[in-house]
Ligand binder design. Sequence first.
Ligand SMILES: [Zn+2]
Length: 442
Amino acid sequence: MRFLHSLVLLLGLAATQAQAWGNHSLVSYRAFERMPEVANASSVTVESLEAFLRAEENTIEALLASQEAWALAHLKKYPPRPAELAFAADASRTDEARRLAFLMALRVAPNSKFALYLQTDPWNPQSGSALPRGAVSSLPEAPGSSDSYLALKAGDQVSPLSALASATEEPEYGLDINLFEDNPSDWGGLYGFGTQPFGNPALASASQAPFHVAFLHESRMLYLAVPLIGRTFLLLRSHQFSTLSSLAFRTGHAYWGWRFAGLSLHYLQDLTQPYNAALAPSYSSAKLLTASALAMAGMPTMKSELLSVLSNSHRLLDRYQSECLLRAAARQQETGLEKALHAIDRDKGYPDWSDHYLRDVVSAQAVRAAAPLAQALSAAIPALSDPGFAAHETDIKLLDELSKRDGAERARLESAMAELLGNLGAHSRNGLRGILRASDPP
Ligand SMILES: [Zn+2]
């Protein structure tokens, strides 16, 4: 039992990175801006969540019941939603009560903002009235973040691209915080998700991780040793928001169609990041188990080194991606990364969208990319394995640091990143095609 406990800690720490990509909106603007279904779609009228829920109360009741049936049938280890949380239409209740019932039926944090806002695109700056972070998110902004928000109001017209791309970052605004019974919140005990499977339940960012990672291709040995790694909810969130998107399109609420599509695609995009799809890229299960066993026997060095490399790698990959994309935007110069995100002809190289796409296509590919990516990262940034690296990592200018490195190592990292963003773009568009296809009235 102590051995298992030690292993769970190991895995938990490996999975406490809440963020997968530096900023989903930025990559989504590029991935969708040349997709005809988005670029050519008419602008849409902004509508509050309350108005959407009031108008579609009965269809939402039916959809949420079918989501629960789908989850019970399709997701392994799915904890059923407590019956009292089911969404039941009630035209006489207040907007506020209906909204709360909806969020609790989805089992997302009831203090989620769902504000009317846009996240701006640094390539095409928009003017308008700025919103503070606190208006869109219940979580503070990450250090060094470049996010910027504009206020919308009901009745405004917005482009589908802005609504969609903005929402792909929205699941980072506190929706999945403190949903387990051992988290410090008023709702974790009501939701039926049980105790947090890994990570520190006292840390808000760690409580989100089981919704933003999915370890679908680990070895049998690891699943047997630590069954808790199978208790993740990324596939649930993806399905909930994609079917809500189709419902909104079908019933004439296009703003919420694009916005729920963006929310759903956040989870797909998280799964394209190898550090969210593989527990420990470039480490074998045997090595993980050994590190854990040694730590338990009082020799924690291997475990600490492993953890420090993993968390440094994950964070640096995010920063590298953000810094590259923001620099390209500031210079208004397209690089290989923007080209990869635009590469729409890659899309048809994959199977049609289905319930199995996330597992069989997205996750399988991310896991295959994990070890070569980890090698490219550590060759380009040797300081990764330095345990003290994390402490001062926010002070360094990553791109400047990299420019001092050997050109071949830098090129290898750039091409690994371009490959990942190319995958992210293709899967995001294929996911959206699946949603739009399901939105057509029968
Ligand atoms: Zn995420």
